[in-house]
Ligand binder design. Sequence first.
Ligand SMILES: Cc1cc2nc3c(=O)[nH]c(=O)nc-3n(C[C@H](O)[C@H](O)[C@H](O)COP(=O)(O)OP(=O)(O)OC[C@H]3O[C@@H](n4cnc5c(N)ncnc54)[C@H](O)[C@@H]3O)c2cc1C
Length: 464
Amino acid sequence: MSSRDLDVAATLRNRLPGGLVVTDPDVVASYARDQSRFTESGLPLAVLMPRSTAEVALCMKTLHELGVAVVARGAGSGLSGAANADAGSAVLSLHRMDEILELDVADRIAVVQPGVITSTLRAAAEEAGLFYPPDPGSVEQCTVGGNAATNAGGMCCVKYGVTGDFVIGLEIVLADGRVMRTGRRTVKGVAGYDLVRLFVGSEGTLGVITEITVRLVPAPAPRHTLVASFATLRAAGEVVSDITGAGLTPSLLEILDRTTVQAVDQLARMGLGDEVAALLLIQGDDRDAATLLDRVERVCGERGAVDVARSADPAEADQLLEARRLALPALERLGDWLLDDVAVPRSRIVDLIAAVEEISQRLGIVIGVFGHAGDGNLHPTVIFDAADPESTTTARAAFDEMTRAALELGGTVTGEHGVGRLKREWLARELDPTALAVHAAIKSALDPYGRLNPGAVLEISNRD
Ligand SMILES: Cc1cc2nc3c(=O)[nH]c(=O)nc-3n(C[C@H](O)[C@H](O)[C@H](O)COP(=O)(O)OP(=O)(O)OC[C@H]3O[C@@H](n4cnc5c(N)ncnc54)[C@H](O)[C@@H]3O)c2cc1C
């Protein structure tokens, strides 16, 4: 750490309340990165751990006065390097702000601090007879603040939408420490620009979220689950297109390819079957879920499903979903991994699958495919050997080719994980020059000195 960093850390310790500034080298190092690969990071000079909005405001004001860059952090479960620190920056961890402040059954809203773990909010809503749908695969570790800042998706999106569809109000601490409230707690409300939408998905580059008001929905009916296996990945993709094309709305529609199924089986011994080339997991949570799954089962049959199993038992359903949640941890065990996150219009999912298969075969590299097929959002995961330069180069090439393929199919370079540091160059390819200039203008208005998470989303040089 440079002498300038040591001086700034000492100043922060002097000026901020006791216990708020952490400079223990091991702790600081553990806050330097999220869970992404191939993203740059540096050692922060300190980790700030505020307990209230007032403390966040004080931290931000102090950092502003000292001219120090700051990276807000939830649980660090991100996969795009969005929460990575830069050398000499401060990390602002919101994990101590973990209270559910209000859960109003009549208004069907919850007001939470940003460090609330997503599964905790879901459990609290369930206890109150309501439902908070957003359920990223990391639901047991990620925070509602991190979800709002990345506009996280999950398995529910095919029916319910993403985190942003549930966030209706925010409290934000701006770059200079001013506190702003925006949004509402009413069902409707159109006063002013929709700043909630602007901050949702802004990845800590526009302000720090210190309170989130989310809407809740009535508890769903007991879920019915169907699992179908296929002899080819493409046949499974065709079923996905058929289901959405027929106007059917399952509450979950996930896909796992052969590599992923076998990896999950090796990890959890679920008996998923060696001969399976692709697995679809499909759920319905309406009162007529059984009828929905009847129709889905017919579609699977028409597309030559090898096997179809159904269950109305919640425990069995949870077990099957566990297979999907284990996809990434299981693939991690096969070697080094580089996970992509691309989305295409639902009608193009078969083309995306074909493109990934072609890239995998041509480059001779293993790519495990899993994801939220019902949203057209896949996470093709390249398995490689980081110790072998050639393998690493091929992995990067496969990643780039898959991302390009998604764009060419009318899709997007990131369906849910965000731009972070991993896809910064790709954002510039997806947006037109005018849209990119508007992004830069908004960033400049809210963060004129470029100190909020400067390495993420946009290529913007520090303006000090
Ligand atoms: C196993 C696994 C499965 C996953 N599955 C999914 C999935 O299904 N869907 C999905 O969308 N993602 C998924 N993710 C990625 C990740 O969990 C999400 O991006 C999640 O929203 C990050 O939350 P976090 O609290 O860990 O935020 P962090 O990783 O700490 O931060 C993410 C970004 O949000 C910013 N940020 C965090 N808190 C605040 C705040 N209070 N104010 C302002 N900015 C803030 C950070 O600066 C950073 O830019 C998965 C990750 C893993 C490891």
